[in-house]
Design a protein around this ligand. Structure first.
Ligand code: ADP
Ligand code: MG
Length: 243
């Protein structure tokens, strides 16, 4: 265990009824790490992310963010420090792109309208959408909507960003623009925990890949190692199907 971990998850257990989905998951992330989490459908990837920002509770284990157990943190404070980007964008349909980004700034951070607008515009600019600030989600492509989702998460100045299959709902031709924004963030040193099947992104941007299967992390290592010389046969088989 290192002292400089930004996120430390220790022996996390989570069950739904009779089904134990997470059976003792442990890992840590240093600042600026880009961890890619892979695993079969239903293996608990979304559940793990949701435990990290307490969208769901868990029976056992500890999650420490930047030295503070998340169980001791105020929920608003935790969600400000840990941003989340969802597969289906989760934008408010009746709010413009800018309105989606300013909402948390106004309600959670309590910024004035002027401050929130100005920060939202800067974030939309960063994801290449300044010219769509006044568009409603229905007027945007899926790729643009997801970039708004990323801008919204970034606007809170989080310590950690969680991505839950951010490109899985997109048409193939729109995936690249979202992965491009994620690569830029990785290059800028954002700490990111990403559930994704995009192995091109994983090879280029990930510091580590974790393979979740049967409720535990069965393999965890740098992309080169997992792709070229996995310890477990199961990891190799799974990666082969993704690539
Ligand atoms: P993944 O994201 O890896 O596909 P999930 O974390 O969504 O997997 O789900 C893991 C398991 O937990 C699945 O068997 C799923 O049916 C179950 N599960 C997830 N959310 C709930 C819930 N809210 N209630 C009951 N079971 C759930
Ligand atoms: Mg999922």
């Amino acid at each position: 265990m290192s002292d400089d971990a930004l996120l430390r998850v220790t022996d996390l257990h989570k069950r739904f009824g009779d089904e134990e989905v997470l059976k003792g998951v442990s890992f840590e992330m240093a600042p600026q790490d880009v961890q890619v989490l892979i695993g079969p459908s239903g293996s608990g990837k979304s559940t793990l992310l949701r435990c990290v920002n307490r969208l769901t509770d868990y029976e056992q284990g500890e999650i420490v963010l930047d030295g503070t157990p998340t169980s001791e943190m105020d929920e608003n404070d935790l969600r400000r420090q840990v941003g989340m980007v969802f597969q289906d964008f989760n934008l408010f349909a009746h709010r413009t792109a800018k309105g989606n980004v300013t909402l948390g700034l106004r309600q959670v951070l309590g910024l004035s309208k002027e401050e929130a607008d100005s920060r939202a515009m800067a974030q939309l600019e960063q994801v290449g959408l300044a010219d769509q600030a006044d568009s409603y989600p229905a007027e945007l492509s899926g790729g643009q909507q997801q970039r708004v989702g990323i801008a919204r998460a970034l606007a809170m100045d989080p310590k950690l960003l969680l991505f839950d299959e951010p490109t899985s709902a997109l048409d193939p031709e729109l995936i690249g623009e979202v992965l491009g924004v994620m690569r830029d963030l990785a290059d800028e040193g954002m700490t990111m925990l990403c559930v994704t099947h995009e192995m091109g992104f994983a090879r280029q941007a990930a510091t580590d890949i974790m393979f979740l299967d049967g409720g535990t992390i069965v393999e965890h290592g740098p992309p080169d190692k997992l792709f070229e010389d996995p310890e477990r046969e199961r990891t190799g088989q799974f990666l082969e199907r993704l690539t």
